[in-house]
Design a protein around this ligand. Structure first.
Ligand code: ADP
Ligand code: ASP
Ligand code: MG
Length: 473
C-alpha cells in the first residue's frame, strides 16, 4: 500500500516524539508499504511565529525569538543525529537557512509595519520547514533513506492567503514529479504540512490546523491507498476528551460524519481534510502516536451503519451571534438579502443561520474576530431601515455553537426532544437552533459560558460514553 502519514505538532514536539514518529513510518515501510510523511511544525511553534509577525508589524523585532527557535530545533537535532556529525551539520544548515529567511521577513515587516495575509503566510509557514529536516534525519537514523520536501514544490494553490485551496490537477502533476521518483527509490519523503504555493511559486498556507488537509491533498494527488493522521488522542471521539472525560473513541465513521464533526469544531481534523480523500474514496485513519497499538478511527464511505442516532457532540467557540430584529421587518422584502450581501462583502464566513418563523428576527453566527466590523457594516447598510424603525436592533453577543452529529439521526425519532430535554434539565437556554437539511446534525447556539455543560449534558443524554447504549439509540 501507499500510505500518506501525517504527524501533528505534539507528535513531533520533541526529539523523543520525532524519533517515535520516525519509527512508526519505518515500521510501516518494513511491512512493505510505501510511505510519504507529512509533518506539522513542532508544537506551539506556529503560535510563536504568528506572534512574532504581529509584534514585528508593530515595529518591534526581538532577535531573542530566533535564538529560542534555533535552540529548540538544535536540541532536537543533536539528539536525533547523535553520533552522525555529517547529518547534524546538514540538518543545522537547513534550520539556519529557514531562520535566516524568517528573520529577514520579520525585520522587513518591523520597518514597513504592514502585515499582509501573504506576509503572514510566509512567516507562519516557517515551522513546518524547520521540522521536516528533523523528521527526515530521524527516519534516516532509523535506517531508511529520507529527505525533506517543501510542499511549495508539491501543492499548488489559489492565492487565498491564510486559507488557500489546492488546485488538484496542478498538484497531481507536481506531486508526481517531486514525490514519485523518491518513492520509487524506496525513500520516505517528509513533506512540510500546512503550506503550498501559488502557480507563481508564492508561499501560501491552508489555514490553521491545515497539515491534516495537506496529508489528504497529497494522498489524493498520489492516489494513495490510505491516509493516516497521527495525533495525540485515540482517534475521533464522541466528544473532545479535554472537555468530556468519559468520551469514547469511534472505531468507524463515514466521510460525511467526519466532515460534519470537523466543521462543527472537532479540532482533531482540519475541517476540509475529508474533501480530497473523499473525492478519491481513500480511507482515512486517525491514530494516536502516543498509543500506536490503539486502532483509532477509520473514516470510510459507509461508516458504522449499526449505530443509530447521535454519534458525537462538538462545539465551536469564539463565535458571535449577530441578530437583526424588529417587528417592522415583517413583510419588507430584501432585508435578508441586503444583510447577507453585507456579510459577503466583509468576507465573513457564516457558520449557521436561523430565522424566527415570525420573521421578526434573523440571526447568524460568525467568528467573533469578524463580528465588530460586520455589525458596523450592517448598521451602515441598513441605516434607513433603522431610522424608519423597521429594524429595531442589530446586536452581537459572544456565543458557542454546540452540535450533535450522526449519519443515522435521519429517521431516528425523538432526537430533538432528547436534546431539549437534556439542556432544559441542565437549565441551559437555547438561543437559536438549526438543523441541517441532511439531518446529520442539530446545531444549537448557547451562551459562551454554557457550552461545556451543554456538551456534557448532550453526551450524557445520548449515553455516548457507553457503546451498547449508543447502538440502541
Ligand atoms: P495535532 O497537533 O495532532 O494536529 P490537534 O491538537 O490539532 O492535534 O487535534 C487533536 C486534539 O483535538 C485532541 O488532543 C483533542 O483535544 C481535540 N479534540 C476536539 N474534539 C475532539 C474529538 N471529537 N475527538 C478527538 N479529539 C478531539
Ligand atoms: N502548524 C500549523 C498550525 O499550528 C498546522 C498544523 O499543525 O496542522 O496551525
Ligand atoms: Mg491539528
Amino acid at each position: 500500500m501507499l500510505i500518506v502519514m501525517k504527524f501533528g505538532g505534539t507528535s513531533v514536539g520533541s526529539a523523543d516524539r520525532i524519533s517515535q514518529a520516525a519509527r512508526l513510518a519505518v515500521d510501516a515501510a518494513a511491512k512493505g508499504h510505501r510511505v510519504v510523511v507529512v509533518t506539522s511544525a513542532m508544537s506551539k511553534v506556529t503560535d510563536s511565529l504568528v506572534d512574532a509577525a504581529q509584534t514585528a508589524s508593530r515595529g518591534k523585532w526581538d532577535p531573542a525569538l530566533r535564538a529560542q527557535l534555533f535552540e529548540r530545533h538544535r536540541q532536537a537535532a543533536d539528539a536525533i543525529t547523535a553520533g552522525n556529525s555529517d547529518d547534524r551539520e546538514q540538518v543545522l544548515a537547513q534550520i539556519e537557512t529557514q531562520l535566516d529567511r524568517f528573520e529577514k521577513l520579520c525585520f522587513g515587516l518591523s520597518m514597513v509595519h504592514e502585515l499582509t495575509p501573504r506576509l503572514l503566510d510566509a512567516i507562519s509557514g516557517t515551522g513546518e520547514m524547520l521540522a521536516a529536516p528533523l523528521v527526515a534525519a530521524a527516519i534516516r537514523s532509523a535506517g531508511r533513506a529520507s529527505a525533506p520536501v517543501l510542499a511549495t514544490d508539491v501543492i499548488v494553490t489559489t492565492e487565498q492567503f491564510g486559507g488557500a485551496e489546492p488546485i488538484p490537477e496542478a498538484t497531481e502533476a507536481k506531486a508526481a514529479a517531486t514525490l514519485r521518483p523518491m518513492i520509487e527509490r524506496g525513500e520516505i519523503p517528509v513533506v512540510t504540512g500546512f503550506i503550498g504555493a501559488t502557480a507563481d511559486g508564492v508561499l501560501t498556507t491552508l489555514g490553521r490546523g491545515g497539515s491534516d488537509y495537506s496529508a489528504s491533498i497529497i494522498g489524493a494527488a498520489l492516489s494513495a491507498d490510505e491516509v493516516w493522521i497521527w495525533t495525540d488522542v485515540n482517534g475521533v471521539m464522541t466528544a473532545n476528551p479535554g472537555e468530556v472525560p468519559d468520551a469514547r473513541s469511534l472505531a468507524e465513521i463515514s466521510y460525511s460524519e467526519a466532515s460534519e464533526l470537523a466543521y462543527y469544531g472537532a479540532k482533531v481534523l482540519h475541517y476540509k481534510t475529508i474533501v480530497p480523500a473523499f473525492r478519491k474514496k481513500i480511507p482515512v485513519r486517525i491514530l494516536n502516536s502516543f498509543n500506536p497499538e490503539h486502532p483509532g478511527t477509520r473514516v470510510s464511505v459507509e461508516g458504522d451503519t449499526s449505530t443509530l442516532g447521535v454519534k458525537a457532540v462538538t462545539s465551536i467557540r469564539k463565535v458571535s451571534l449577530i441578530a437583526i430584529s424588529g417587528t417592522g421587518m415583517q413583510g419588507i422584502p430584501g432585508i435578508v438579502a441586503k444583510a447577507f450581501d453585507v456579510v459577503a462583502e466583509q468576507q465573513a464566513n457564516v457558520l449557521m443561520i436561523s430565522q424566527a418563523s415570525s420573521e421578526n428576527n434573523i440571526c447568524f453566527v460568525i467568528s467573533s474576530s469578524e463580528a465588530p466590523r460586520v455589525v458596523r457594516a450592517l448598521k451602515s447598510a441598513l441605516e434607513v431601515e433603522l431610522l424608519r424603525g423597521h429594524i429595531e436592533e442589530i446586536a452581537d453577543q459572544p456565543v458557542a455553537v454546540v452540535a450533535a452529529v450522526g449519519d443515522r439521526m435521519r429517521g431516528t425519532p425523538g432526537i430533538a426532544a432528547t436534546v431539549f430535554g437534556a439542556l432544559g434539565s441542565s437549565g441551559i437556554n437555547v438561543i437559536a437552533i438549526s438543523q441541517g437539511s441532511s439531518e446529520r446534525n442539530i446545531s444549537l447556539v448557547v451562551a459562551e459560558g454554557d457550552a461545556t455543560e451543554a456538551v456534557r449534558g448532550l453526551h450524557r443524554a445520548f449515553a455516548l460514553d457507553r457503546e451498547a447504549a449508543a447502538t440502541s439509540r
